[in-house]
Design a protein around this ligand. Structure first.
Ligand code: NAP
Length: 277
């Protein structure tokens, strides 16, 4: 009889997570015996509740707010990329040991590659709006893909400067510009990414003029609720190529699923529609 594989996502609150839809879709599609659950863990119970998952034989779990940083202290091993980002979003349990990694950068890169015909990162100039955890993952993934330069713009400039100092080991690989200059800074940019929370349901839209972007530029918003943000509507109005943020969520789940179930699953249109609904 095949092994029943247990996995889940820990967070607080957790009931709105889309991860169970994604992983349970793959469990069924690939014919595994297993279940992926939401597990609500209050911050004060993190250590004891994670130990309970280990004792119950969980293969691993995803980690979301507010545990992405604090889980690192409980991990026996933290992958280099997660250390650079400063957050773990995936834990694999092997022989009672917790191995933490971060798959957001993978999700970002594969969302772009999976939704464009021939986009290449190497030698390109990117502009990223934001300097939070998502930007850390995206900027380090872009550096891994040999991006030539990243222009970083964040409302709180010091946060962008700290990020650049932490992850760019080559001077001028990341240039920090003033948030107020975000429209002018788009000149010569091949890839524009919104990694702020602006544009999310309940938040103000991102206010930016895209007219300085070259006609060949690609625009990506990692905000996926709504799917078509004002930024993407603006890109469409200028006839620019654009990619929505939902695919980043789907693709970041793939290496996590592989680490627990042993199969790198596909992102299908059916799954994308289920999660976008
Ligand atoms: N598609 C995906 O799979 C995926 C994955 C991860 C995250 N996300 C989304 O990406 C967004 C950022 O996530 P995160 O984890 O990096 O969050 P975070 O660490 O909280 O960072 C939020 C960012 O938004 C900026 N911001 C917030 N309000 C702003 C405003 N009124 N004006 C200008 N900038 C503002 C912040 O600037 P300050 O530094 O000045 O506060 C900061 O750069 C969220 O919407 C999240 O849902 C999507």
């Amino acid at each position: 009889m095949s092994e029943f594989i247990k996995a889940g996502v820990i967070g607080h609150p957790i009931k709105h997570s889309k991860s169970p839809v994604i992983h349970n879709y793959w469990i069924e599609k690939y014919g595994f015996e297993g279940a992926y659950k939401t597990i609500d863990i209050a911050p004060e119970n993190l250590k004891s509740d994670v130990q309970r998952l280990v004792d119950e034989g969980y293969k691993g779990f995803n980690v979301t707010i507010p545990h992405k940083e604090s889980i690192m202290q409980l991990c026996d091993d933290v992958a280099h990329n997660a250390k650079v980002i400063g957050a773990v979003n995936t834990v694999t349990i092997e022989d009672g040991k917790l191995n933490g990694t971060n798959t957001d950068g993978y999700g970002f890169i594969h969302n772009i590659l999976g939704n464009t015909a021939d986009f290449e990162f190497e030698g390109k100039r990117a502009a990223i709006l934001g300097a939070g955890g998502a930007t850390r993952a995206i900027a380090s993934a872009l550096i891994g893909e040999q991006i030539e330069q990243i222009v970083l713009l964040n409302r709180t400039k010091e946060r962008a400067e700290k990020l650049a100092e932490d992850i760019a080991f080559v001077s001028d690989l990341i240039i920090v510009e003033d948030w107020e200059n975000r429209s002018a800074a788009l000149e010569g940019v091949d890839l524009l990414v919104n990694a702020t929370s602006l544009g999310m349901d309940g938040q103000a839209p991102l206010d930016i003029d895209l007219s300085a972007l070259p006609a060949s530029a690609l625009v990506n918003d990692i905000v996926y609720s709504p799917l078509e943000t004002q930024l993407l509507k603006d890109a469409k109005a200028r006839d620019l190529q654009y990619v929505t943020g939902i695919g980043m969520l789907l693709h970041q789940a793939r290496p996590a699923f592989k680490s627990w179930f042993g199969v790198l699953p596909d992102v299908t249109d059916e799954l994308t529609n289920m999660v976008s609904a």
